[in-house]
Unconditional design. Sequence first.
Length: 190
Amino acid sequence: MTTRQVFFVIAIAVGLIIFVSMTIYQLLSPTQRALKKAKRGDVAGAEADLQDLLRKGESAGTRATLGQVYLLAGRPQEAEGELRQAVEMGKRTAGTLNSLGWALVQLNRVEEALPIAEEAHKKAHEDFEVYCLYCGLMAENGRAHEVTKLYEFLKTTAAQIQKMNAAKFRSELADKYEFAKSRMVAAGLA
C-alpha cells in the first residue's frame, strides 16, 4: 500500500467515525441532548432548548430534565418546581424522584425528602445516587441501622467508581456519597 492509499484509508475511517458520532448524537432525544449540554457547562443553552420544547407542548420528561438542569446549575427551588410538575404529570421514575429528593435536601427540607427517597429506592435498580440519598436521609432520621448493608454496598461501589474514573466520581458523585457517609458517621454506623 502506498502512502497515499494509507492516508486515504485513514481519511475514510475518520470520516466514518465522525458520521457515526453525529448520527448517534442526532438519535439522542432532545432532552438527552439538553442534559448533555448542561453537563458540559452550557446550562443556559440547555435551558433554552428545553423551554423551546415546552413551548411546543407540555411533557413530563421535558419538565423532569429541566429540573435536572436546574439542579446542575445550583438552582434547587426552580428544580423542585419542575420536578414536582413532572411527578404530577405521571413521571414517577426513580431518577425523577431522586432529583426531587436532592432538590429538597438542598433546600434543607430533609423530612419532606425522605418519603420521596423511599419511593425512589423501591424503584431503583442499583442506582448509586438514589442509594446515597436514601442512606443519608434514613440516617438523618434515626433509621441508619436499617440501611447498614446498603451503605456497605455504597462504600464498595464508591471505591470501585473512583478507581475506574476518579474525575467523574469527583465531579458527579462525590458530594452525594459524602452526604450519605457524613450522616452514617454521625449515626455511629460508618
